[in-house]
Structure formats: C-alpha cells, structure tokens
Ligand binder design. Structure first.
Ligand code: HEM
Length: 496
C-alpha cells in the first residue's frame, strides 16, 4: 500500500519537476533569444556621427575642406577620431555613410550592382549624359566595358605607344620649344585631351572642342540650376555644342563604315588599325543595333571627362615630387637615359616593351598618386539595407569610400605622409592602393593613363632641364584637385 501510495504521489511529483524544468528551460531560452534580439537590434543601428542641419547637413564643412584639398585632415580624420572608421553624415541633401580602410573598400567596391550602385550628382549625369558607362548597370555596363577593354588590349596598346609618342613630341615641339616657362598642368591637360581623341578614340581634335569640353567640365559638379550665366547653364550649352559636333562625326563614320562594308573592301593594314580604335568599335555596335547614337556620344564625352583632369594632375604631382626629391629624380633619369641609349640615333620611337622597363618611374608616379590622388573617392548608393561592421546602412543612403582611408593610414603604409617610391618594391595588398578604384567599376582607362604618364615623363626628362617656379604651390579642389597656379615650370632644352 505504502508502495502504491508512494507510486501514486511519485508520478505527479515527476510531472511537476518536468514542468518546472521545461519552464526554466523555456524562460532561459526566451531570455537568451531576447538578449540576442537586443544585441541584434543594438547592432543594427546606423553608424555614429552627426547629420547636421536638415538637407544641408555637413555639406559646407565638406566643401570647405575640399576647396583646401584637406578632405582627409579637416573632414574625415576628425570624425574617424570621434566615431571610428565608419561614420554617418549628411552631404548635399543625402544621408551618407563614410567608410575607411581596405576591408571597407573591398566590401563596397566589389559589391557594385549587388548591394550598391555608383551615384553621381544630377549635374554630372545631365552633362555626361544618362547613357554613359557611369550610369549603366549590370549587363549593359559589362558590354560597354568590353568594348572599351578591347581598345586597350595588349595588341591595341602596342599599336598605341608610337601614336602617344608622336602626340607627345609634336605637343612639346608646338608648346614647349622656344619657351622659358610653361604651365605644366595646363599643357598636360591639352595633351591628354589630344591623346584620348587621337590615340584611343581615333578622332581628329577640332580646335574649338578643347574649350567646349572645358566649359562642360566646369559644370559637372556645379549646382544643377539653370539661369543665364550660371556655371551649369554654360556647361549645358557647351554640352549641346559638343553633341552637335559629335553626332556629325558619328554619322559620318557610320556612313563610311557602311559604304566600306557594302563595297566588301578587303581590309587593308591601315583600315585594320583604324578599326581597332574605340570610335570604330562603338560605331560597329551602332550599326549592329547593339548601342544607340546617344550612347556613343555620351560615352565619348564621359571618356574625355574621365581622362582629362585626372591624368594631367597625376603628371603634375609626379613632377612636383621629383622636384622635391632630387635623389629620386636621379634614379628616374638614369632609367630613361638607359632606355634612350638603346635607341639607334636617338630618333627611334619608344615601344610597349620600353615602357615596361620604366619600373622606377611607375613607382614614382604611383607614390605621387598615393599622396595626391586625382580622384579622392566616390559615392555609391545602397540599393538594399546593408549590414556592415555591426551597423546598418539603410537602403537609399549614400556611401562614400575614399582613397585617404588607406593611402594615409600607417596600418597600410609605413610613415604614410613620407614620399617613398621604394615602398612599391613589394606587392601591395588588394584594395589598399586605390587611386584607380576597384571592383567592376575600376578605372577603364588605367592602361592609357599609365602609358600617357610614362611616355610624357620620358620625353620631358630626356629633352629638358626643368624646375618648379613655386615649389610649395597650394593644391586646391573644384571638385577635382589642381595646382592653384597651374604649376608653372622653368624649362630649357637639354643639349644631348
Ligand atoms: C591618372 C589617371 C586616372 C585616374 C586616377 C582615374 C581614376 C578612376 C577612378 C577612381 C575610377 C572609379 C570611380 C568609381 O569607383 O566611381 C575611374 C573610373 C573610370 N575611368 Fe579613370 N582614372 C584615370 C584615367 C582615366 C583615363 C585615361 C580614362 C579613359 C580614357 C579613364 C576612364 C574611366 C572610365 C570609363 C571609368 C568608369 C568605369 C566604370 O564605370 O565602369 N580613366 N577612374
């Protein structure tokens, strides 16, 4: 009986313990889940930072820093010191997250089209055209890049080197000969303009075009307000003039190519070479119905814009650094004198192989671009909510990556503010040295920019004595950086 009694009471006891245990477990689990959710909620906050005034946010601080070429020192650095590598702000009406570092560069740049898309101000889009590569996404972007890449393949670059040499030497003959001084930045702007047109696109530069393009470029980052005399309306007018000239050229080219294919002409050497130029490739796409006339025009405008101020600034800064570091200049000069000494009679043109021997020169140019990046970074727009580094970047917000986040950081470059081309003796990790960007939108003209710089340096250092007129000339930005006085240099021919 006693046993029965015990047994009868034992069952409810056991059940009771089980229920209590279950309650304890479920309460613990729910507390753990709650804690986890809380942590997640805490994690999913937007990054720290200050949004500033409505709409305007911190735009004025940003513009001021930009004008003084101090975006890093006056805008980014004080905020990273306060909030960390990732912070929020509001720029030009948009909530924006600024990210810094190689991991952030990799995350952002390699996720183009998946998490972010490139995001340009409305004035740039209106002036470059909505059909330029910078506005294209996914497959359309991929196709256009393919066309540009073909014109910069090994064979195309090989054929391009003598053309660039001719453009440089004829430019020096025309603008440098019999001069005692010259504005290096302005003269290289004219030269890069010519090189893009003649050596990449295969188009003759019409005299009035340089001025027209300059006026368009002036409005690319201006407020998109059209009133008589405003930068933006002047730029739009110039864009219309360019469009008229380019449409005529494109239509003429199309006519010639269609006639030539109707006649079924055998492609001679000259035509084959001409057919590899970018304009011809774009017009082939037009004839096949793969691209439109607007796309051809918009992309020509974009390429000139992308190549122009960037390459000339990189060249100017390379010479500035050489002037400040005579030891580096001696090493560089030696490299070019050796290349020259292997040329019969000195009159022979450079080859692609010669440019590959300009290793030290390229180190100097890269180190100059590390310290003076022609493009400080660029904006992206989040196309979904992005979780990054424990924060959320809400869909629609802008994200700004900058070259400074790695270029000026001791974590990646020892004594980052020192000029030391030998640091490029060793390979640099991906997404650390990023003057040309990265990911699917990495600079499409990198090879052309490199050849342009190397070849120009070669002819100047072998043919001229030169010195800076203002060694400490301030650099300003509007919106791209440039030497405030145009970098005048004294020149005299070398008697070889
Ligand atoms: C030193 C000279 C140059 C520098 C520093 C430079 C830098 C850059 C950077 C940073 C980007 C990426 C922008 C982004 O991520 O939003 C870019 C894109 C681009 N660059 Fe360059 N660039 C230079 C010269 C050139 C030249 C000579 C050309 C063409 C002839 C060119 C054509 C382009 C194009 C077409 C894009 C857009 C690529 C795309 O959206 O897929 N660039 N460049």
């Amino acid at each position: 009986m006693a046993l029965d009694l015990n047994t009868n009471f034992a069952l409810p006891n056991c059940l009771f313990s089980l229920v209590v245990a279950l309650i304890i477990v479920s309460v613990t689990l729910s507390l753990m889940q709650k804690k986890k959710n809380n942590e997640k909620e805490k994690k999913l906050e937007v990054p720290p930072g200050k949004m500033g005034l409505p709409w305007i946010g911190e735009t004025m601080e940003f513009y001021k820093a930009q004008k003084n070429n101090q975006i890093f020192e006056d805008f980014v650095q004080p905020r990273t010191a306060k909030y960390g590598k990732i912070f929020k702000t509001r720029l030009m009406g948009s909530p924006t997250v600024v990210v810094n570092g190689a991991d952030a560069n990799r995350f952002l740049l390699s996720n183009e089209f998946k998490l972010v898309i490139s995001s340009w101000p409305s004035s740039s889009v209106q002036l470059m055209g909505k059909d330029s590569i910078m506005e294209k996404q996914g497959n359309a972007h991929h196709c256009l890049r393919g066309v540009i890449a073909k014109s910069l393949s090994y064979a195309s670059l090989d054929a391009m080197v003598p053309k660039i040499c001719d453009s440089v030497t004829s430019h020096l003959d025309k603008y440098w000969n019999n001069q005692n001084n010259i504005s290096l930045y302005r003269t290289t702007k004219i030269l890069t303009f010519k090189i893009v047109f003649e050596c990449l696109l295969g188009m003759k530069v019409e005299a009035e075009m340089v001025g027209m393009f300059e006026r368009v470029l002036e409005g690319v980052f201006a407020l998109p307000i059209s009133f008589p005399g405003s930068k933006f309306s002047r730029a739009k007018k110039a864009r219309k003039e360019i469009e008229n000239v380019l449409v005529d050229i494109v239509q003429q080219k199309r006519k010639e190519m269609e006639e030539s294919s109707r006649r079924g002409e055998e492609e001679g050497e000259e035509e084959e070479e001409e057919g590899s130029m970018l304009l011809s490739r774009l017009v082939v796409g037009l004839i096949r119905g793969e691209i439109t006339e607007e796309e051809v025009v918009d992309n020509v405008v974009l390429l000139v814009f992308a190549a122009h101020d960037t390459t000339s600034f990189a060249i100017a800064m390379t010479f500035r650094m050489l002037a400040h570091h005579p030891n580096c200049f001696s090493l560089l000069l030696q490299e070019h004198m050796e290349i020259l000494s292997n040329k019969r009679g000195g009159g022979e043109n450079l080859t692609l192989e010669d440019t590959k021997k300009m290793k030290y020169t390229w180190q100097v140019a890269r180190e100059s671009m590390r310290l003076f990046p022609p493009i400080f970074g660029s904006f992206r727009k989040a196309i979904v909510d992005i979780e990054y580094e424990g924060f959320i970047i809400p869909k629609g917000w802008k994200v700004l990556w900058t070259t400074y986040g790695t270029h000026y950081n001791g974590e990646y470059f020892r004594d980052p503010m020192e000029f030391d081309p030998s640091r490029f003796d060793e390979a640099i990790q991906p997404y650390v040295f990023v003057p040309f960007g990265g990911g699917p939108r990495v600079c499409a003209g990198y090879q052309l920019a490199k050849l342009n710089m190397l070849i120009f340096v070669h002819f100047v250092v072998t043919c001229y004595h030169w010195s800076l007129q203002y060694p400490e000339e301030p650099i300003t930005m509007d919106p791209l950086p440039f030497p405030s006085q145009g970098m005048p240099i004294n020149i005299s021919p070398k008697l070889l």
